[in-house]
Structures are given as structure tokens and as C-alpha cells.
Design a binder for this molecule. Structure first.
Ligand SMILES: [Zn+2]
Length: 220
């Protein structure tokens, strides 16, 4: 059966409370280094992702998995996903975090698709190298981040034969803007920076994911 709607969620700060990269950095005493890379204005987003992944070289997949498991879901995350599923939505994560984390969250929520950066692992350890899906290079998106969310929203909608007007996108930072602006309904959830506040007229300022449904369909 063809699905007529699709929802794409950012992961960090949207489906889960907090950010995996910060949680890892805190735990392994790399916070200053991560912050210094992220504040590097001349470095494009995808270059920052590469530099941050290199900092994690030597950590084990177990280190990653236990850190991921310690990050709680956002309030009413499961209920929101269930309500969208009842409506026949295809649902997925488009994240500039890592597949190992996004896959874990997607499994727990039983989602339909996942797009994220893939950390290269050798003998159970992170090598420091990362495979980035990119996408902005193909469609000329300004974002230049490791996962162009607009490109992957369009690709997922195509894959599930959902018209782009019937898509919902939810995110909380400027890395979500290109996706939010392209989606039929684009929502800034608990926005963390001025850029995304300015880019979206649909904003949820309460830490309750169920509130995004107010913008989707009054019947919720
Ligand atoms: Zn983009």
C-alpha cells in the first residue's frame, strides 16, 4: 500500500533530549576540543563533522552504545510517533549524528528510514573516519553540512512515493532549516538558535513533542 504522508525528524534535541556528540565529549573529556571545532567559522559543517569524528578515534562501539542509551527520549516522543503511524505516515530520522545512534533510536521507535553519518569501525573501535551522506553537492543547497536534510527529505519522499507537499519535518537547529523550508509542514521544535527561529513560522516552544501535531491536523 502506498503511504500518502511522510514525517522526517531530526534526532538530537528533537526525538531525544540532548546531543550524542556532547554526551560523548563530556564523558571522554573532549568537550573543549568539540566546541572549538564547532565555533570554527571558516570550517563548513561537513568539515567539522570529519574533525569531530577524528576526536573519537579509539572509543569502542560499547562506549557509544552506552552513551546513546543514557540519552532520554523527548516527552511524548513515543505517543507522537504512534499517532503519526495511526495516520499512515512513513516516519524516519534524518540526522547529522551517527547511524549507530540514529539506528538505535529508530529501532526502539520502529521507524521506516534512517539517514545519518556512518562512523567507520574496525575491530570494535572507532577509527576516526566517517562516511558522510552529504547531498547538498547534488542539489546546490547552501547548507554544506554532512547530511543535507533537504536532499534526504526529497530522496525519502521519492522512495516512498509521497509528494513533497505531504511531508512533515521537525528539527531544532540551523542544520534543519533546509529540510524545514522544503517540507509541506516544517516545524522548529524547541529552537536552539536564532537562525531556525527566523526560518520557521511554525514553532513549538514547549518541551513536549506531541505539540507538533497541532500543526499537522486538527483531528489529532
Ligand atoms: Zn541542505
Amino acid at each position: 500500500m502506498l503511504s500518502s504522508n511522510l514525517a522526517a525528524f531530526d534526532m538530537d534535541g528533537t526525538l531525544v533530549q540532548g546531543r550524542l556528540v556532547f554526551a560523548l565529549a563530556d564523558r571522554f573529556d573532549l568537550s573543549d576540543k568539540v566546541r572549538s571545532i564547532q565555533s570554527h567559522r571558516l570550517m563548513a559543517g561537513h568539515e567539522q563533522t570529519k574533525a569531530i569524528a577524528a576526536l573519537f578515534a579509539g572509543l569502542t562501539t560499547k562506549d557509544l552504545e552506552s552513551t546513546i542509551a543514557s540519552i532520554p527520549f523527548t516527552k511524548n516522543c513515543e505517543r507522537t510517533i504512534a499517532a503519526l503511524k495511526d495516520r499512515g505516515y512513513k516516519i524516519g530520522i534524518i540526522s547529522d549524528s551517527y547511524t549507530i545512534a540514529a539506528g538505535f533510536v529508530a529501532d526502539r521507535l520502529n521507524l521506516d528510514f534512517v539517514m545519518a553519518n556512518k562512523l567507520q569501525i574496525f575491530n570494535g573501535k572507532i577509527t576516526g573516519k566517517v562516511d558522510m551522506p552529504l547531498g547538498w553537492d547534488r542539489i546546490g543547497c547552501y547548507c554544506k553540512i554532512s547530511v543535507c536534510k533537504r536532499y534526504h527529505l526529497e530522496k525519502s519522499a521519492d522512495y516512498f512515493c509521497v509528494p513533497i507537499e505531504n511531508t512533515l519535518a521537525v528539527g531544532d537547529t540551523k542544520s534543519d532549516i533546509c529540510m524545514i523550508q522544503r517540507a509541506g509542514v516544517g516545524i522548529a521544535f524547541m529552537p536552539k538558535d536564532e537562525e531556525i527561529k527566523k526560518a520557521s513560522d511554525k514553532i513549538v516552544n514547549e518541551p513536549d513533542l506531541l505539540k507538533v501535531l497541532n500543526f499537522v491536523n486538527k483531528a489529532f
